[in-house]
Design a binder for this molecule. Sequence first.
Ligand code: BGC
Length: 827
Amino acid sequence: MTSGRKKMNIEEIVSKMTLEEKASLLSGKDFWQTENIDRLGVPSIFLSDGPSGLRKQAAAADRLGLNKSIPATCFPSSSTLANSWNESVTYEVGKALGEEASYEKVSVLLGPGANMKRNPRCGRNFEYYTEDPYLAGKMASGFVRGIQDENNGVSACVKHFAANNQEERRMVIDTILDERTLREIYLTAFEIVVREGKTKTIMSSYNKINGDFTNENQPLMDILRKEWGYEGVVVTDWGGSNDRVDGLRAGNELEMPTTAGETNEEVIQAVKDGRIEEKYLDDAVKRLLKLIDETTKAREDKENFSVEAHHKVAERAAEESVVLLKNDGVLPLDVKKKIAVIGNYAKNPRYQGAGSSIVNPTRIDSAFDLFPDAVEGYIGYEQGFDRYGKKSKKLASSAIKLASSADVIIMYIGLDEVSEAEGVDRPEIKLPQNQIDLIDELSKLSKPIVGVLSCGSVIEMPWVDKLSALVHSSLGGQAGAGATISVLTGKVNPSGKLSETYLYNYEDTPSFKHFPGKMKSVEYREGLFIGYRYFDTTGIAVRFPFGYGLSYTSFEYSDLEVTETGVSFNIKNTGKLDGKEIAQLYIGLKYSNVFRPKKELKGFTKVFVKAGETVKAEIPFDDKSFRYFDISTNKWEIETGDYDIYIGASVKDIRLEGKIHKDGVKNTPYDKKQLISYFTGRVDDVDDAEFTALIGRPIPSPEFDFYKKNRMKLGYNDTVGEIRYARGAFTRFLFHVLNGVYKLMKKTGKRSTANLIEMSVYNQPFRGLSRLTGGAINMPMLDGILVIVNGNFFKGLGIFLKENGKKNKANKLKQKAEKEKQSASAN
Ligand code: BGC
């Protein structure tokens, strides 16, 4: 990569490393950096969050987005970018983001997230692309290629590998699912981003899959390394390391953040005991050194990037991602008409999600600032409603007053930043009632209302009929406001389409009965049928289907040709404006021995067509087009059959149909009689017997291991929230105090503090007290805490204090030895 640079001699370095050095390299030096070994010329590297911008913390470090980071461009969230259906857009964003990382000497950018949106309530959906693995894989690949552009010298880090689809109890939850669902739905996006995006780093997730933590999960790591040929580094999610030695053995090179040497000792001991061969360490060290070497350019001094140019990249990306959901003709706006802007989000845009992805933007555009210049007939702004849902007659009546004198009302609505946050799932998917009430009131004026919606995940929209138009700007990043205004005024013809299904009611979700997992596990009883795969197969009506989005022009599809290598067809722009159309290729097989969704996305293209002109669109088939994962042969197969080819403007709006025959196998891996729900797609209420048949083994008990009613012995991987069931009365009392605070916070509107308690206390496993405190609490001290929790207060306290003393003494000795070493080398 870097021209003229001397490459590291990795073999030589490893041969000179001591066991201690090897162990130390594989665990963080601090919260964000790896160890350096100066005598061998091994520098430490910096890892920082993304994915919607760089979050490099110069001062106090945390993984929750609490402390500020250095200013960086805030790009649209992944959920927004996915609506562009344009890999070159994610590439451009990734490239600019990588440039910022490189300027800040960040070697690994922690993103993008390639997890599936299994359920609309997952608190982190805004950070993920879509409910479809193919689209997610493609979007993520563009993003990764951009970050890893050779001028940047930065590595992306695709996360969270894998099947990490709820925030509740995220660090301990066991995801129970069948092999085929794992492969086809939850791993395919990762597979694409490994093979096509060529990511150099992957972050394992916090959860377990079928009983094992992902970073210790040998079958999962074997898929990654042996099947997909991945040669990069796997890093734990922060604090996600459980048994360090098992993780290392499974192939997880880097543990983050630091445990102040505690796990290094475990690794060294394990080598000495023969529990792990030193060769494992050598291989892991080599892969890490390769990453360090390949990111050398990221650590060189560089000219500053152009803040203005990156703002423009963010704006262009947002423009491509805006989805026009409804339009009775009021849009594009007649700018000469009297236009009132209403809604808190016009002035304080909601442009990003909360948690580790939070960016400190270089600047923020708002509709309030941009409207007066962009729209001639602008007559003013009113806040209209309280952002956090409090009812206010005063705010509403001022808005109604302003709206009364307008010809068109533009209403900025959405979800506040506390509603969509890492670490907490959403309790519901509704727009706050005060906003719905205002829509009601305004609609009584019988004037056109144009909604502009800001949120990063699906919401119910029973109020949409009251609007004349609805523009979904999602979470558009720092330049999103300008992009939306360009769409409103027609400067930009909208070309985004939904990357997830907008359902009528949350209860329609196929995983409704199994989300989130509340105790030990979460069962993916809906199997393959997430998102449109379920709605399309069962015919259950939705508000806006997957792949849907309007334009100010219209397109006609014709002349489908299906060949062995792919499909081609014509798209004619039949309107008066130039525009872009996203055409989607879905494939299905009606007469199949294996159950399948009616159709699945297997390709797409976004084409620009001038008004009145026709463009020939082509979508090639690839290795994913016809494959399914066969559990009887344990590999990908193509089933013999006549496949249906659908070309759609959305999953529901199929414009062209064709057929192609494929020869392959005709296996019968399933007993149809046992799996009726899966063969019909009605998977919303799968019973125990059927799920047992699907996973091919008894369903592990999801219940806590109570030794008597509501009492359990707590261990490393029980969460702090479970102290409500602790044996020790004092501990249970503590829980009630904490819960009192939590409830009070919720009641008094301090939702972000309540969220914090939920994420970092309730959902924190005890293990995290040691894995995340950088050595302040070590495992023997944690043992003392657990003795307290489990009912022996004084004994536990004694252990805790004794171990704390031992730790402090050892630290002092270490510091002394280091000082002596330093002064010896200075002399
Ligand atoms: C998140 C990761 C993030 C890491 C570092 C974790 O809590 O799950 O996505 O990259 O923290 O901030």
